[in-house]
Design a protein around this ligand. Sequence first.
Ligand SMILES: Cc1ncc(COP(=O)(O)O)c(C=O)c1O
Length: 370
Amino acid sequence: MIPLCVPEIKGNEWKYIKECLDTNWVSSAGSYVDKFEDEFSKYVNVKSAVVTMNGTAALELALRAVGIGQGDEVIVPSMTFISPVNTIKYVGAEPVFVDVCRDTYVMDTEKLEQLLTSKTKAIMPVHIYGHSVDMNQVMEIANKYNLYVIEDATEGLGSLYKGKSVGTIGHIGCFSFNGNKLITTGAGGMLATNDEKLGDKAKFLSTQTKVITDNKAFYHPEVGYNFRMPNILAAMGCAQLEKIDEYIKAKREHAKLYDKLLKDVRGVTLPIEKEWCKNVYWIYSILIEDDYGISRDELIQKLLDNGIECRPFFMSVHNMPPYIECRHGDMKITSEIAIKGISLPSSVGLTDNEIKKVCEIIKANSKLNV
Ligand SMILES: Cc1ncc(COP(=O)(O)O)c(C=O)c1O
């Protein structure tokens, strides 16, 4: 089987985790927690980073840190993994869904402004499959209407928007280190911000708002959360971070080869890189157009029959039962690409021969070849 996206664990992971086990520092106090936050913040170039138990927790924490809650609305794309949308519900706010662009698959900033009401408090751009949202446009609207911007950069780590890491342009950016992400800690996340006050607030909330009194008792001035990452996982994160540039290079090289082999295949639309984005191509994702030859789902089956794991695009979240009543704009592109998109194998360790095998099957089923 050629897997969709599996981790690459070939660096100092064993060494650093062993050190945690040998020294008994396995839980959430330990030097790797601070080290991972420090090194990650330097890597993406933000003032403050707070490590969490997963990316979903980082997103929830971000909403709580800026004070989003009951009665507020947050604009979010429907073409996304459901996690950011769920976090809006967790804090008692309502998601409002915006359409995406056909070429980048991410939030269509032209369709944002028409969705705003007096209840809108934040915009949540999601950089899916690796391509960046047009963040200048988002920030312009946010500044005009005094809104918070919380970037879901879980699929965009390694991508740049106008030279800046995605996840560092809005007020807060959130990352995930789930097993299929660019770097992994098994499960984990990070909240990043250039607003140190927001960073401190997020850390405070994520650690049960614990204040240690003079006589070493715990005092908690408000409701807090246990979103902490244990030292063992942070140790793995430090080892993964040492390899991140290698991983980005590999993903971009895989994309170049996919582009070369698929560019002339009729009925296949390839992912792009806007002039303002350096795309990490976290997962190389294509569209199967009507003139391709067989349907998207038939192609998925052919790939699976040949031992190739692939995945259809996210189903529109605005059509899922918990969100069916939520307000949304025109969802033309979201609905179209949800039934046309396929994500192809994209592990860092993917070989050229594996990419050639995937592309041969895609080519063989195009109309020109049947
Ligand atoms: C777009 C998006 N947002 C949020 C998440 C949530 O991250 P986690 O699984 O670490 O909670 C994921 C992936 O898992 C994701 O793909």
